[in-house]
Design a binder for this molecule. Structure first.
Ligand code: SF4
Ligand code: SF4
Length: 173
C-alpha cells in the first residue's frame, strides 16, 4: 500500500473514532456520586458470597466440599467437623458442619460455580461490592466475614427492578 493510501486510511479511521467521541459529548452523563448517592446494582450482580442460615440460625453448610470441587480458581478452603450436640443446639443444620470456611478473593473470579454446585442453598452471591483492601492478605475472607448474620454490607446501594435499564453508561437524550 502506498503512503498516500496509508494516510487516507488513517485519516478516515481517526475521523470515524472522533465521530463516536463527539457524538457522546452532548449526552447526559450518568455519574453517580457514590457513596453520597446509592449505586444501582442489577439483580444478577455477583458480589461477595453469603453463607446462609436456617430459621433457627443454624448454618446451612454441611461441609460436603462440592463448592470447593467446582471452583476453577481453587480458592475455597473448608475444614469439616462433627457437632454431636442435639439438633437444636448445633452450629449447623446437620451434625457435620464447616468449622473453617474461607474464600480467597485474591483468586475468586466470581463465576458462581460454587453457588450452582451447592446442594443445600448454603452459599449465594450477595450484593456487597466494597472488597478493596490495602493488603492482599486481607482478601482472604473467613466464615465470620461470609455468614449472612455477620457480614458487613456495602453502605449505599439499591437493587434494580428486573426491567430497569442500568447497563448503559449514558442516558439517551
Ligand atoms: S465464584 Fe467461582 S471462583 Fe469464586 S469461589 Fe465461587 S467457584 Fe470459586
Ligand atoms: S457451601 Fe454448599 S457445597 Fe459448599 S461445602 Fe457447604 S453445603 Fe457443600
Amino acid at each position: 500500500m502506498s503512503i498516500v493510501a496509508d494516510i487516507i486510511e488513517s485519516t478516515r479511521a481517526i475521523i470515524k473514532g472522533m465521530g463516536v467521541t463527539f457524538s457522546k459529548i452532548p449526552q447526559e452523563k450518568w455519574t453517580v456520586q457514590y457513596p453520597d448517592e446509592p449505586v444501582t446494582l442489577q439483580p444478577r450482580f455477583r458480589g461477595q458470597h453469603l453463607l446462609h442460615v436456617d430459621e433457627l440460625g443454624r448454618e446451612k453448610c454441611v461441609a460436603c466440599f462440592l463448592c470447593a470441587a467446582a471452583c476453577p480458581s481453587d480458592c475455597i478452603y473448608i475444614v469439616a467437623a462433627d457437632d454431636p450436640r442435639p439438633p437444636e443446639e448445633r452450629t449447623g443444620v446437620d451434625e457435620r458442619y464447616a468449622k473453617v470456611y474461607n474464600i480467597d478473593y485474591g483468586r475468586c473470579i466470581f463465576c458462581g460455580y460454587c453457588v450452582e454446585a451447592c446442594p443445600k442453598d448454603a452459599i449465594t452471591h450477595g450484593f456487597n461490592f466494597e472488597l478493596s483492601v490495602y493488603n492482599r492478605a486481607d482478601l482472604l475472607k473467613t466464615k465470620d466475614d461470609l455468614l449472612i448474620t455477620k457480614q458487613k454490607q456495602s453502605k449505599n446501594y439499591r437493587v434494580a427492578f428486573s426491567d430497569e435499564e442500568v447497563d448503559s453508561e449514558y442516558k439517551v437524550v
